[in-house]
Design a protein around this ligand. Structure first.
Ligand code: PLP
Length: 402
């Protein structure tokens, strides 16, 4: 695979200056690079919950399927409905614990469901009966192997799986679990979890019940092969080109998909004693040039970056001065760089020479993880899709004109 460089701002964007560029070549390359290192028998379930980690679920789902993903996963029934409304017909699993009152809608949308309680299994069976659906409803029984979030303890999971397998209105499409420590240096607990899941699968097979799939691995668990019996893998963060943690390097060729960019809205000079922004938390000590950037905490650019963060401008760091406000922030222009209204700013991501923090770097500054940075990019930020350096689509997830 050619070591393609992340593109600079794609030319020709007309619309709100602040936007998230989504590099579709990177996404396609990431799917291929992940498949190349993962067991060939394992189908790739692209995790597109939370709007594909902020990248835009519908476009990412279509691209991931075209690049070789076989299935999709979301967190909620509403997220699944959005994929169906866009005409996506691939299997879609709802990973989360749905409310029993959502069962009928989930069945209408032909979503596959994660089940970890008797109550939910009953609600789904009842709804399936009432829906008179042509196809049995696909159930993935979730085994709680130690994450202690949702899912059934092994004995109950086996009982649920037996009931699903015995009910002609249901299909035992899978049994699954989720690791607590897949991205940590020490994976011994994950190994114990894998043993429990494998034992459940084995116990069912011994009774003549064969779940269609068995799955446990998120990006970290799959890349580290923590569950060798997997017939489906469920990567999310790695698809978007971000390593799950320091302990889990990405395969060669995987690179970040999202770059958030903006443009300078105003250039102005400050003199000693001037202050910037709400609360006057930044006071100039000498003459300096300031740049107004139209991105704020309502765009997902955390207020905690006030007086701490930086953006990339003309290949240099431009530090945030004063507080990040709802819709904008102010940065100090690097010395000896001419700045004009309309010049490009890289907020995070982009080519290394753009000097912006990575999603990971921004997460470190904020004491969080890149997942939160990516999913935090607000829906009002237009997503601009780029292929071969050209803009191929733009989506305002907010439904407002940008
Ligand atoms: C979010 C999620 C994933 C994907 O996790 P990544 O760390 O982003 O790869 C996989 N499985 C389940 C159950 C999840 O909730």
């Amino acid at each position: 695979m050619p070591a393609a460089r992340p593109p600079r701002a794609a030319p020709g964007w007309r619309g709100r200056a602040t936007r998230a560029e989504i590099d579709l070549d990177a996404l396609t390359g990431n799917v291929a690079a992940l498949r190349a290192v993962l067991p060939p028998q394992a189908a790739l379930m692209a995790v597109v919950k939370a709007n594909a980690y902020g990248h835009g679920a519908v476009t990412i789902a279509r691209e991931a399927l075209a690049a070789g993903a076989a299935r999709l996963a979301v967190a909620t029934v509403g997220e699944g409905r959005a994929l169906r409304a866009a005409g996506i017909a691939a299997p879609v699993l709802v990973l989360g614990a749905i409310d029993p009152t959502e069962a009928a809608e989930a069945i209408r949308q032909q979503l596959e469901l994660t089940v970890g309680t008797e109550e939910l299994l009953e609600a789904v069976a009842d709804a399936a009966c009432r829906a008179e659906a042509e196809q049995p409803v696909a159930i993935h029984v979730k085994v709680d192997t130690g994450l202690h979030r949702y899912g059934a303890k092994p004995a109950l999971a086996l009982a649920l799986a037996r009931r699903a397998a015995a009910n002609p209105l249901l299909r035992l499409a899978g049994i699954s679990s989720h690791f607590a420590t897949a991205d940590e240096p020490d994976v011994s607990f994950a190994a114990e979890q894998a043993i429990v899941l494998a034992a459940c699968a084995e116990a069912l097979r011994a009774e003549g019940i064969t779940p269609e799939t068995v799955h446990a691995g998120n990006s970290a668990g799959s890349l580290r092969r923590l569950f060798t019996g997997a017939t489906v893998i469920r990567p999310g963060i790695a698809l978007y080109g971000i390593p799950p943690s320091d302990a889990v390097p990405l395969p060669p060729g995987v690179r970040p998909v999202m770059t958030v960019r903006s443009r300078i809205e105003r250039v102005f000079d400050l003199k000693p004693g001037d202050t910037v922004g709400y609360g006057r938390t930044y006071r100039c000590e000498r003459t300096e040039r300031a740049l107004l950037v139209p991105i704020g905490y309502a765009d997902g650019y955390a207020r905690a970056l006030s007086n701490r963060g930086w953006v990339g401008f003309a290949g240099q760091r431009a530090e945030i001065i004063g507080r990040v406000s709802m819709d904008q922030c102010v940065v100090r222009a690097p010395e000896s760089v001419a700045a004009r209204v309309g010049d490009e700013i890289t907020v995070f991501g982009g080519a290394p020479e753009e000097a912006a923090p990575s999603a990971r770097g921004l997460a470190d500054l904020l004491g969080t993880i890149p997942y939160e940075v990516l999913t935090g990019v607000a829906i009002r930020v237009p997503r601009v899709y780029v292929r071969h350096g050209e803009i191929v689509a733009a989506e305002d997830l907010n439904g407002l004109t940008s």
